[in-house]
Design a protein around this ligand. Sequence first.
Ligand SMILES: Cc1cc2nc3c(=O)[nH]c(=O)nc-3n(C[C@H](O)[C@H](O)[C@H](O)COP(=O)(O)OP(=O)(O)OC[C@H]3O[C@@H](n4cnc5c(N)ncnc54)[C@H](O)[C@@H]3O)c2cc1C
Length: 375
Amino acid sequence: MHVVIIGAGIAGLLAAREIINTGVVSNVTIFEEDSSIGKPEHCTGIVSENFLRLVPEARDCILGKYKYMEIIGKDFKTIAELKFRNYIYMIDRAAVEQKVAEKILDKALILTRTKVTDILVHKDSVKIILSEQSKYSQSLSKQDIVIVCEGARQYFARKLLGFSSRKYVYGIQCDCKSYIRKEMHEDTIYILYDRKFSDLYFSWIVPQDNDIVRVGLGAHKLLKQRFEMLTRLVKPIKVLKVFGGKILLDKCPDKIYVKNVLFMGDSVNFIKPMTGGGNSICAFTARILGKCISNFGKYYLDGVSLARLCAISLVRFVRSLQHGADTLYDLIMRSTLRDVALDLLSCFRFVIPVFDIQDFDIQARYVEKISVRII
Ligand SMILES: Cc1cc2nc3c(=O)[nH]c(=O)nc-3n(C[C@H](O)[C@H](O)[C@H](O)COP(=O)(O)OP(=O)(O)OC[C@H]3O[C@@H](n4cnc5c(N)ncnc54)[C@H](O)[C@@H]3O)c2cc1C
């Protein structure tokens, strides 16, 4: 069986690794349009301990370690200080991807500067059309599997599944040397809920171990103006790099495959509800994919059946997580079962901010109670 992966982001690389580890697949090829792995960067890199457990390379790429989150509202008033049960980390995402890529290089073929321009799904085969500079296309039989990990662009998801995320914000951030770095607590992530900086989301200021501050926001409109205003707030001495991308906030669709073409990662919203964080979910789903392939692969299923079985398990996992968080959120906000919901939320193994992007003004009233439970 041949597996072709489109996109060497975190989803594609971790999926490749888990597939290689099954020993069922003889041939793994990854196509990546960029010239190097991990670039251009877009992710803040905030992950929980779960991610480090699943991706041990990330332990060598930690930029900061946090025990607290300070929630700041309008006029810079602190609404709450949350204490995490386990440490939260900022990782250098590009470095993690490079390390994972290095480890799989002897078992997988990673072709950078190779953009997939089209996927043609026929009755018994799939044809991958590559960009002109790579000068060839790849045909796969129905024994093989194509895994699309194209990220938030969702070009093939739109074309083949008819899916694209309706809810999203644009995230923009920078790393800078800052006059206020010394006044910040090393182990605290600062989250700002102020519509001045972010219309539908929030802003973040996160100190790194290396004397640098990562500051950013998610917004729909007036991104540049808002970002300039926010950056001024941290009194920058020198801005080192500016980066960002699309943060998805929707649920994953019911169907994430067509024949033997399976979608994973941001391409089908494998993200945490409310924050759009996808790193941990990519790691969990890659593990599930590996388990499915090693369990079902030994029955000599063809790629079409295998893709369908993997898709069922993956969607079940991601959607239950997303629905679970939504339900708890609804209970917290509206129901008399708020206390039960708060307890359940604090047992959740993912860090889920309890702020809804739409109505965080109302939520501020509950935040203290929530923070107490999270501690
Ligand atoms: C501003 C911002 C901050 C974020 N912060 C966090 C955070 O703190 N924590 C967290 O968990 N998540 C965060 N996320 C979300 C996280 O980055 C994504 O969920 C994660 O990157 C998804 O991984 P992916 O591999 O699916 O997509 P990507 O990382 O986008 O990778 C997709 C890859 O596919 C390649 N590609 C695309 N199309 C083609 C093609 N046609 N041919 C060949 N190659 C192609 C791209 O070049 C890219 O390398 C953030 C996102 C943004 C935008």
